[in-house]
Design a protein around this ligand. Structure first.
Ligand SMILES: [Fe+2]
Ligand SMILES: [Fe+2]
Length: 267
C-alpha cells in the first residue's frame, strides 16, 4: 500500500498570495500533476491540514477546483489555517467525514493499513489541542481493531521539533496522546503537517514525523527569540510505503518541480 501525504497547501484566491509572497495556486497544480504521474500510483492521498490560507469559502472553492484533477482517492484533514464550515460547504461534506460531532475526525478501514485522522484544531488559535473528548474518540477507535496496522494522521506534531517559533504553537495534550499510543504497537506511525519540513523522531514506542509543504517551507532556525520565517526551498511531500507481507513501513520525501536529469549511471 502506498500513501502519499501532502500537507500545508495554503491555497488562496487568485492574486491574494500567502503572506503576500507565495502564489500557491500553480504549485498545487504542479503537485497534483506529479501525483497523477507516479508509477506505481499511490492508493490514497492524505492532506494533513492548512488546506487553505485564511479558511475562507472562496479559498475552499479554489482548493476543490485545484484538487479535482487528482485521480487518487483523497482524504482531507484540517489545520490551524482551516475552518470547518467553509470546508464542508465547498466539498459538500464527503462521505468519509463524520456525520455529526464538532471534530473532523474519522477512520478509514478500506486498506491494509488503517488510517485514523485526528482533528487538532482550536478555533482562532495557531497551536493545536487534543482534549479529552477527542482522545476518548481515539481510544474507542483503537479498541475496534487493536492489532491492525494503523497510521495516525494529525496536523500538529506531538513532539518538540527544536524550531522554537513552531514549538510555541505545538500540540496541547501530546502527553495524553503518548500514553494511548504506547499501548498499541500496531500504530506504525504518527504523521503530522504544520512544520513545513520533513522531521522524524522516536516517540511513544513508534515513529512520529512531519511532512514538508507543497508550497513554502519553514526556515530551519533553532535559535530562541527569532521571528518565524519561511523560505522557498523545494516543495515536497511524503510517500509512505507499507509492505504488508514484511509488515514494514518506509517513507520517502518526494520533491515536486523540474530538476536536471535523470541521468544514467554510465560513462
Ligand atoms: Fe502550514
Ligand atoms: Fe499549521
Amino acid at each position: 500500500m502506498i500513501i502519499a501525504q501532502i500537507s500545508d497547501l495554503h491555497v488562496h484566491v487568485e492574486g491574494n498570495y500567502a503572506y503576500g509572497v507565495v502564489n500557491t495556486i500553480p504549485m498545487i497544480r504542479q503537485a497534483v500533476e506529479h501525483l497523477n504521474q507516479l508509477d506505481p500510483r499511490p492508493d490514497v492521498v492524505v492532506a494533513t491540514g492548512d488546506l487553505t490560507h485564511h479558511g475562507e469559502r472562496a479559498e475552499y472553492e479554489m482548493l476543490r477546483h485545484l484538487l479535482a484533477p487528482l485521480e487518487i482517492p483523497l482524504y482531507l484533514l484540517p489545520g490551524n489555517h482551516d475552518r470547518q464550515q467553509p470546508l464542508y460547504h465547498a466539498f459538500g461534506k464527503p462521505a468519509y467525514m463524520p456525520a455529526e460531532g464538532s471534530y473532523l475526525q474519522y477512520a478509514v478501514d478500506d486498506y491494509p493499513v488503517r488510517l485514523i485522522m485526528l482533528d487538532t484544531v482550536v478555533a482562532g488559535e495557531a497551536g493545536g489541542e487534543l482534549d479529552e473528548s477527542r482522545l476518548a474518540w481515539l481510544r474507542e477507535q483503537l479498541a475496534i481493531a487493536p492489532t491492525t496496522p494503523t497510521f495516525l494522521f494529525l496536523h500538529h506534531p506531538p513532539f518538540k521539533t527544536n524550531i522554537p517559533t513552531m514549538d510555541c504553537i505545538g500540540l496541547a495534550g501530546s502527553k495524553d496522546l503518548a500514553e494511548i499510543v504506547l499501548q498499541y504497537p500496531a500504530i506504525k506511525r504518527v504523521a503530522a503537517g504544520h512544520l513545513h519540513r520533513p522531521i522524524y523522531t522516536q516517540w511513544a514506542g513508534t515513529i512520529a514525523s512531519t511532512a514538508p509543504s507543497l508550497v513554502h517551507q519553514v526556515l530551519l532556525d533553532m535559535r530562541p527569540d527569532t521571528p518565524g520565517q519561511f523560505v522557498m526551498e523545494p516543495p515536497a511531500y511524503q510517500l509512505h510505503l507499507w509492505d504488508d507481507e514484511a509488515q514494514e513501513l518506509v517513507s520517502h520525501t518526494v520533491y515536486v518541480g523540474d530538476y536536471p536529469g535523470p541521468y544514467l549511471f554510465v560513462h
